[in-house]
Ligand binder design. Structure first.
Ligand SMILES: O=P(O)(O)OC[C@H]1O[C@@H](O)[C@H](O)[C@@H](O)[C@@H]1O
Length: 154
């Protein structure tokens, strides 16, 4: 397990160091996809626009959180931020320094990440809804164009 955590820490360091320029973008994506927004913002809004998408949002929140809880109970994983303080594999306090953010300051088990699971579900539902709306709008638009073009040629 230490091997896995150690490599996880390396990945985090790589992201925090080499992708600093994308911080604002990644933070924005992460905040928009935050599953807590489902109940207060996305469900009420989407339910007005499209009941199917609104209902999907609620199911994503309920089922996603339920699965996350079950997986957390099974895996009961360390969070990298506290694992580097507790592990003995870095000699003489030479452990790496990881930057923390408000969303990473959680106290429960860290694996799998509820934020990552929830955010990806939120983004998946929203992106597929917008894509299918765009495709059906384009279909209707091209049908109207054909009708007009056909009407003119008769
Ligand atoms: O399991 P993780 O990755 O620490 O994320 C859990 C947190 O993820 C956040 O997105 C939710 O808003 C919190 O309510 C939740 O506690």
């Amino acid at each position: 397990m230490d091997f896995l955590h150690r490599n996880g820490v390396l990945v985090i360091q790589h992201l925090q160091k080499d992708y600093r320029a994308y911080y604002d973008f990644l933070n924005f994506m992460s905040n928009v996809g935050d599953p807590r927004n489902i109940f207060s913002i996305y469900f009420p809004l989407w339910f007005q626009v499209n009941q199917t998408v609104g209902t999907k949002m609620i199911w994503v929140a309920v089922i996603g959180d339920w699965f996350n809880l079950i997986f957390k109970w099974i895996l009961f994983g360390h969070r990298p931020y506290w694992w580097i303080q507790e592990t003995q594999i870095y000699p003489n306090h030479s452990g790496p320094c990881l930057e923390q953010f408000p969303t990473t300051c959680e106290t429960g088990p860290g694996s799998p990440s509820g934020h990552a699971m929830g955010s990806s579900c939120v983004w998946y539902v929203m992106v597929t809804a917008v894509l299918s709306y765009t495709v059906s709008w384009m279909d209707r638009f091209s049908t109207t164009l054909h009708r007009h073009a056909g009407g003119r040629s008769i």
